[in-house]
Design a protein around this ligand. Structure first.
Ligand SMILES: Nc1ncnc2c1ncn2[C@@H]1O[C@H](COP(=O)(O)OP(=O)(O)OP(=O)(O)O)[C@@H](O)[C@H]1O
Length: 597
């Protein structure tokens, strides 16, 4: 670990860690949890909240690798998992907060139908998906304690009616979990005391994107004596449309009872690329490359004097050239701003060039506990008996051990009411070994079909999925089978990137990932940043800039910028403009303003 990572990991007391791209957030966070476990009473625990299930699992895996298993002393969850397991299930019954014994998280289709009904009943009329996103954002602000007077009364009524529909059907969505967990905390000093007695620390990752309800939960626990570590990067905030707000992290930073540390070494990218990122931000954050790294990184710029189809053809030609020069296809990403003509042209050109690629959402494995378990088993199957030492799958989380998987499986069987008396993690581990450690060594590019079937049969996953309280599990195995029938490889089922395929994805979905080469076609003003019918607002420009920044900072060695002056928009209207202001910023020779804030 670097000195600044070490210092952040071993700080005493409440802490905000500002970590730029490639700063090794996960490594620092895990080391901090390890440090906290070692320095507080062994009767107390640390709660870690991460953005995704995969990240929550990764924390446990890495702790074990550090030789600090933590066991029951680390509660590593997503925000929803934390609310469910550590607040609602144990404590809701001691308060007036409604919480069904049998938790079923309703699926999106059902939730949409209830939102539509609520909107009709409150005379809001027909609503779109965008309205639902907006209603949910306002619902979060209300739950966090914002003044209802500031909201449109029709919105308020729709939200109240929607919540009544959830109650009537004994149903929940993910927001209801956080809202109700906060209500439990606020309504009972006893519960707050019990949580503070158990958890000495709460460590939260990706704080900039977690929103106002989590922030209110954090402040409530803080006031009850739990120490808090918040890790984040306001420059990479991407969930504004869900209510994320960089001011929440700032609010913690400004408190007298918090210290603040910045991780300014970027272990991912060469110095030239790091500099380019700061030019896009228009501010120097003081980021620098790893000590001793001589390779500066490459910024390649080409002007394309034609429409978006030519940008696509050019991007594909560059990818092909990098592959013929020795870059692995799975280490190349072509990133685009969003749906539209550029994406269609890119797909057509990739097909024409017979370049295998993974497009966002195609061949996507479902989410949820059973699907994650299948992924974890596949990761272990590929890594063999020495996970972490051999066969790391590009883009996948580190493989779990057989014993971890057996414990997970055991827990799921108990939750589903399927456990039998002979079920011990050790016996289950033997069963798992028989399926996962096969005589013939699997290759990441092997089709996943047969392995999935073998796994489902040997572990009776069908019954487990049907009995699960998480609705996503009911369809997860069929969805897995459907993508496997489509030629999914073992590497992909393990949550990684398919060997031999380049990645084609949006700036947004590139978050948290890294590639050797990042190709950015279509950098033309009004296309990037995108101008809607009425132009672009200051706030939208900020969001677009942050998204571009995230895209740019994914590269280890090379960024390719394809700029132009002309494109035909989604309505077939030709637009004559200039190279994207973001690309111009990257290419400008001026040093970024020095205003570290
Ligand atoms: N102290 C270190 N020494 C060497 N390599 C490191 C160190 N810390 C992190 N790394 C490596 O740097 C890379 C970036 O780390 P990581 O992906 O955790 O960054 P991050 O903070 O999550 O970045 P981002 O916010 O951009 O997604 C990884 O390949 C990681 O293994």
């Amino acid at each position: 670990m670097s000195p600044e990572q070490r210092e952040a990991a071993s700080h005493q007391g409440n802490l905000v860690v500002l970590a730029g791209p490639g700063a090794g957030k996960t490594r620092t966070l895990v080391a901090r949890i390890g440090y906290l476990l070692a320095t507080v009473s062994r009767h107390r625990s640390v709660a870690a909240i991460t953005f995704t299930d995969t990240a929550a699992t990764e924390v446990g895996v890495r702790l074990r690798r550090l030789g600090m298993p933590g066991g029951r002393r680390v509660a590593s969850n997503t925000i929803h998992g934390f609310c469910l397991r550590h607040i609602l299930r144990p404590y809701a019954r001691f308060t007036d907060v409604l919480f069904p014994d049998q938790v079923t998280v309703s699926d999106d289709k059902q939730l949409k139908a209830w939102w539509e009904q609520a909107a009709l009943d409150s005379r809001m009329g027909q609503i779109t998906d965008r309205d639902i996103t907006n209603l949910n954002k306002q619902r979060r602000q209300l739950a966090a304690g914002e003044d209802p007077q500031a909201f449109d009364p029709r919105y308020l009524e729709t939200i109240a009616r929607f919540q009544r529909l959830l109650d009537e059907h004994q149903a929940l969505d993910f927001d209801a979990m956080t809202e109700r967990a906060l209500a439990v905390l606020r309504s009972s000093a006893e519960v707050r005391r019990m949580l503070a007695a158990r958890f000495s620390h709460l460590v939260v990752d990706e704080y900039q994107d977690l929103g106002p309800v989590l922030h209110a939960i954090v402040l409530t626990l803080l006031a009850s004596g739990v120490q808090v570590t918040a890790v984040g990067d306001p420059d990479q905030m991407m969930f504004t449309f869900l209510g994320a707000d960089a001011r929440l992290l700032e609010e913690l930073q400004q408190r007298a009872d918090f210290a603040s540390r910045a991780l300014s070494v970027n272990f991912r990218s060469g110095a030239r690329l790091i500099e380019a990122g700061q030019r896009v931000l228009g501010a120097s954050r003081g980021y620098r490359s790893a000590p001793g790294r001589e390779e500066l990184g490459l910024i390649t710029h080409e002007t394309v004097d034609d429409d978006l189809d030519a940008h696509a053809a050019h991007a594909v030609a560059i990818a092909q050239e990098r592959i013929s020069n020795g870059t692995a296809p799975e280490e190349i990403a072509v990133l685009y701003p969003g749906k539209g003509p550029l994406l269609n042209h890119l797909k057509a050109e990739l097909d024409r060039g017979q370049l295998a690629y993974d497009a966002e959402k195609a061949r996507k494995i479902p989410s949820g506990p059973i699907a994650d378990f299948v992924s974890d088993c596949t990761g272990r199957h590929l890594s063999g008996p020495l996970p972490g030492v051999s066969n790391r799958v590009a883009g996948a989380a580190e493989a779990r051990t057989i014993m971890d998987l057996a414990t997970l499986w055991h827990r799921r069987r108990i939750d589903a009411g399927l456990a039998i008396e002979e079920d011990t993690p050790r016996r289950l581990a033997r069963q798992l070994t028989a399926v996962l450690d096969t005589a013939a060594k699997p290759a990441p590019s092997d089709p996943a079909n047969a392995f999935l079937e073998g796994l489902c049969n040997a572990l009776e996953l069908g019954a487990l999925a049907q009995a699960s309280s998480d609705e996503r599990d009911h369809t997860a195995l069929d969805e897995c089978r459907a993508v496997c029938a489509n030629g999914l490889t073992l590497a992909e089922l393990a949550g990684g990137r398919a060997p031999g395929r380049i990645t084609l994805t949006t700036y947004h979905s590139a978050k948290g990932r890294e590639f050797d080469v990042v190709i950015l076609p279509g950098l033309i003003n009004k296309h990037v940043p995108y101008y809607g019918q009425y132009g672009i607002t200051e706030a939208e420009l900020h969001i677009a800039r942050r998204n571009f920044y995230v895209a740019l900072t994914r590269a280890r060695h090379e960024v390719v910028l394809l700029t132009g002056n002309f494109f035909t928009d989604a309505w077939g209207v030709p637009r004559y403009t200039s190279p994207s202001i973001f690309a111009t910023d990257v290419l400008s020779t001026a040093a970024p303003a020095s205003d570290y804030t």
